[in-house]
Design a protein around this ligand. Structure first.
Ligand code: GDP
Ligand code: IMO
Ligand code: MG
Length: 420
C-alpha cells in the first residue's frame, strides 16, 4: 500500500475540497496542489474565521506540515505574495514549509489580458474566471511560457520579455501601457525566490522516506481539459490522473483516491447542466448553500445530484470513496431527486456521460426520488447517526453510483464531518 492520497473535485468545482483537505491533512505530512491556479477558491474555517485559499494548499493551517505547488500548477506571483501575507496572520510561512516548483508556469499580466479579451470577444464565452489560466497553459504547451525557476532569475525573466516582445509587438505594447501591473509582477519575483525549489524531487524523496502526501485537486472532473464538457472546461487535468503527470511519481504509490461531490450540483460559468433547476428548489440550494463563487462572486447555478455525471467522474478517477458534502443544504426539502439516466430526443435513454457537449445540452434527466427530512443533521460522528431519510439518501446514492460514500459533510467547519 502506498502513502499518497488524492482528493479531487467530482463535479464542476466548488464541492468543498478545501474543507476536506483541511480535515484529511491531519493524517499527512505534505499537502501538494497539482494543477490549476488562482481560478480556484478553496474555503475553510480556521478558529471560526473564514479563509479562502486560491493557490496555497488547504493543509497550511496545520502546524509543521509542508505545502507545495507542483509542476502542473500555474502561479500568479503577486497574488501568491498577497496570499502568503494573508496566511501570515495565522501561520508564518518559511521556505522550509512552502515549496514552489521551479517547473510551474507563471501567469503574467499579458495572459490575464488575453483571457479577458477572448472572453469579451467570444460569441459563446466559456465564462472563465479571467485569471489568465487558459492563455498560460496554452503558452506552456506552445513552449513559449516562463517557468517559476526562470521567472525568479532576473536575467532569465528579462530574456523572456525580450523574446516575446520580438515575436509579438502587442506584448511589448502591453508592457508599456500597463507599467503598473508589470511592476507588480517584477516586484513579486524577489519575494517568491526563496521558496522556489525542485519540489517534485523533494516530494519524491519524502515519499521514498515513507512520509504521507495528500494531493489536492482544484476545479472538478467535469472541467477536465480531456474528460470534461469541452470546450466549457478549464485548461488543466483536474481528474486524479493529472496528479501523476504533475508531481511525476509512480501510480503504485497511491493509497486512496477520494472524490468530493456536493449532495446536489453547482456550476459556475457556461456549459450544459442537465439537472439545473430554475425553480424554488434551485433557489433554496443557492440561498441556503450560499452558492456564490469564492473567486469571482458570481452566482452558482444549482441542480439535483447527477449520478450519470458522477459515475463517469468515478470511472475517470477511480474513487475509493466519495465524500458527499453539504448534505445539510438539503434539509427541509420535501423530496430529493437523483438523476439516474438521461433521455435524449434522438438517442433515447443515455446512461454513459456523452463526450459531445451538444448532445449533453439536449439531455433531460430521468430521476429517482427520495424522501426529504427536516431534522438537523449531526455535526460530527458517524454516517449511521443520520436520520432515516438522510441515511436512505446516502445509501441510495451509493447504490446508484456503485462505489462507496465514505464521508458526509454537514457544515462549514472541520468538525462537520461524518465517517463510515
Ligand atoms: P472548493 O473550491 O471545492 O474548496 O469549494 P468552495 O470553497 O469554493 O465552496 C464550498 C463552499 O461550501 C464554501 O463556502 C464552504 O465553506 C462551504 N461548505 C463546505 N462544506 C460544507 C458543508 O458540509 N455544509 C455547508 N453548509 N457548507 C459547506
Ligand atoms: P475550485 O478549485 C468552479 C470554471 C469557470 C469556467 C471554467 C473555465 O474552487 O473548485 P478558467 O478560469 O479556469 O479558464 O475557467 O472553469 N472554474 C471553476 N468553477 N470552481 C473552480 O475552482 C473553478 N475554476 C474554474 O467558472 O466555467
Ligand atoms: Mg471553489
Amino acid at each position: 500500500m502506498g502513502n499518497v492520497s488524492i482528493v479531487v473535485g467530482a463535479q464542476w468545482g466548488d464541492e468543498g475540497k478545501g474543507k476536506w483537505i483541511d480535515i484529511l491533512a491531519r493524517d499527512t505530512e505534505i499537502v501538494a496542489r497539482f494543477q490549476g491556479g488562482n481560478n480556484a477558491g478553496h474555503t475553510l474555517y480556521v478558529d471560526g474565521q473564514k479563509v479562502v485559499l486560491k493557490q496555497i494548499p488547504s493543509g497550511i493551517f496545520h502546524p509543521g506540515k509542508i505545502s507545495t505547488l507542483c509542476s502542473g500548477v500555474v502561479v500568479n506571483p503577486s497574488q501568491l505574495v498577497a496570499e502568503i501575507d494573508m496566511v501570515a496572520a495565522f501561520v508564518k510561512l518559511v521556505p522550509e514549509r512552502l515549496w514552489l516548483s521551479a517547473r510551474a508556469h507563471v501567469i503574467s499580466p499579458w495572459h490575464i489580458h488575453l483571457d479577458t479579451k477572448a472572453e469579451s470577444e467570444a460569441a459563446n464565452p466559456i465564462g472563465t474566471t479571467k485569471r489568465g489560466i487558459g492563455p498560460t497553459y496554452a503558452e506552456k504547451a506552445n513552449r513559449t511560457g516562463i517557468r517559476l525557476g526562470d521567472y525568479v532569475n532576473n536575467a532569465h525573466r528579462q530574456d523572456w520579455y525580450e523574446t516575446l516582445s520580438k515575436s509579438n509587438p502587442k506584448f511589448a505594447a502591453h508592457r508599456q501601457a500597463h507599467a503598473d501591473q508589470w511592476q507588480e509582477f517584477e516586484d513579486a519575483a524577489a519575494k517568491l525566490a526563496p521558496f522556489v525549489v525542485d519540489a517534485e524531487h523533494m516530494v519524491r524523496e519524502q515519499i521514498k522516506a515513507g512520509k504521507r502526501v495528500l494531493l489536492e485537486g482544484a476545479q472538478g472532473a467535469l472541467l477536465d481539459i480531456n474528460h470534461g464538457t469541452y470546450p466549457f472546461v478549464t485548461s488543466s487535468e483536474t481528474a486524479a490522473g493529472g496528479a501523476f503527470a504533475s508531481l511525476g511519481f509512480a501510480p503504485r504509490s497511491i493509497d486512496k483516491i477520494y472524490g468530493v461531490a456536493k449532495a446536489y450540483v453547482t456550476r459556475v460559468g457556461s456549459g450544459a447542466f442537465p439537472t439545473e433547476l430554475k425553480d424554488s428548489v434551485g433557489e433554496h440550494m443557492a440561498k441556503v448553500g450560499k452558492e456564490f463563487g469564492a473567486v469571482t462572486g458570481r452566482p452558482r447555478r444549482c441542480g439535483w445530484l447527477d449520478a450519470v455525471a458522477l459515475r463517469y467522474s468515478g470511472a475517470i478517477s477511480g474513487y475509493d470513496g466519495l465524500i458527499l458534502n453539504k448534505m445539510d443544504i438539503l434539509t427541509g426539502l420535501d423530496e430529493i431527486k437523483v438523476c439516474i439516466a438521461y433521455e435524449h430526443p434522438v438517442h433515447g435513454r443515455i446512461e454513459n456521460f456523452p463526450w459531445d457537449h451538444a448532445i449533453l445540452a439536449e439531455c433531460k434527466p430521468v430521476y429517482k426520488s427520495f424522501k426529504g427530512w427536516t431534522e438537523e443533521l449531526p455535526q460530527g460522528g458517524k454516517i449511521s447517526d443520520l436520520n432515516k431519510n438522510a441515511l436512505d439518501y446516502v445509501n441510495g446514492v451509493e447504490e446508484i453510483l456503485g462505489f462507496p460514500v465514505s464521508m458526509v459533510g454537514t457544515g462549514v467547519n472541520r468538525q462537520d464531518a461524518l465517517f463510515r
